[in-house]
Ligand binder design. Structure first.
Ligand code: PAF
Length: 273
């Protein structure tokens, strides 16, 4: 595995390889969810590139940027063992200069749900993702469905800017008890972790209701909120794949989303139906 720390090193590493490039951008603290993204990239591409970069522009003031888990040695090992060809591990000054051209998330889709709770977060995500996609020259880039709004906005950016890369959506990986894998799960205490299961339980119940024939969004949301008690729920929402709120579930074009605080940790989860 080649470790590239600068754009020049990355270019040299890419020049030494031939074929399609599968790219997995990450912020490190790699878990099985990331390994699944890497496996998917491995299956369909000649070269697999992973980036590890804790992107400061997607954290709001007061968020967990300085606390964000950093595990360089373990992450390098996981990449190596997963068959990654090139690991891009840049410093902030490689990725950002001063007085730059900026990318802005769309006014509506980028500022509802996650974007309403974390205004500007998606500007930062899109800014770094466009840079990474351009640097890597990926044929395909892999993103988890767990960050559904991020995935929708990246897909939209690629379309809006006519970028020549295929965005591949990968299913959420869960623990055996249903908890969606997240780098932030390390913050959960034993008690928090039990409480956190309410997120996946509420989503599972939404699927159950839909299977029983319930379609009305408000009815499903109400039952989910009951299950989520007494968590500090930030939102429960039912949207279509373009992130427009829908009154009724449309099978094949619906995402049910939940965001809640468990202790001091913010968790998000969703189910696609
Ligand atoms: O999902 C993430 O880990 C990050 O938002 C991403 C896509 C790597 C951009 O920093």
């Amino acid at each position: 595995m080649i470790i590239a720390r600068t754009a020049v090193e990355l270019r040299a590493a890419l020049d030494s390889k031939i074929g399609s490039i599968g790219f997995v951008p990450t912020m490190g603290a790699l878990h099985i969810g990331h390994r699944t993204l890497i496996e998917k990239a491995r299956e369909s591409n000649d070269i697999v590139v992973v980036s590890i970069f804790v992107n400061p522009t997607q954290f709001l003031a007061g968020e967990d940027l300085s606390k964000y888990p950093r595990r360089e040695e373990a992450d390098f090992k996981i990449c190596e063992l997963s068959g990654v060809d090139i690991l891009f591990y840049p410093e902030v000054n490689t990725m950002y200069g001063s007085d730059e051209v900026s990318v802005k998330a769309p006014d509506v889709r980028g500022y509802i749900l996650e974007g309403a709770i974390r205004p500007g977060h998606f500007d930062g995500v899109l800014s770094v993702v466009i840079k990474l996609l351009n640097l890597v020259g990926a044929t395909r880039a892999y993103f988890g469905k767990k960050d559904a709004q991020q995935l929708a906005l990246i897909t939209q950016m690629v379309e809006n800017f006519f970028m020549n890369v295929e965005i591949v959506a990968v299913d959420t990986v869960r623990e055996s008890d249903g908890l969606a894998l997240s780098s932030r799960n390390v913050y959960l205490s034993h008690e928090d972790r039990i409480e956190a299961l309410k997120l996946s339980a509420s989503l599972k119940h939404s699927t159950h209701l839909v299977m029983q024939g319930v379609r009305e969004s408000n009815e499903i949301i109400k039952v989910m909120l009951d299950i989520l008690e007494p968590l500090n729920v930030e939102y429960v929402a039912i949207v279509n794949r373009r992130f427009e709120a829908i009154d009724e579930v449309i099978i094949g074009d619906t995402i049910v989303l939940v965001a809640a605080r468990v202790g001091s940790t913010r968790l998000i989860d969703n189910v696609w139906m």
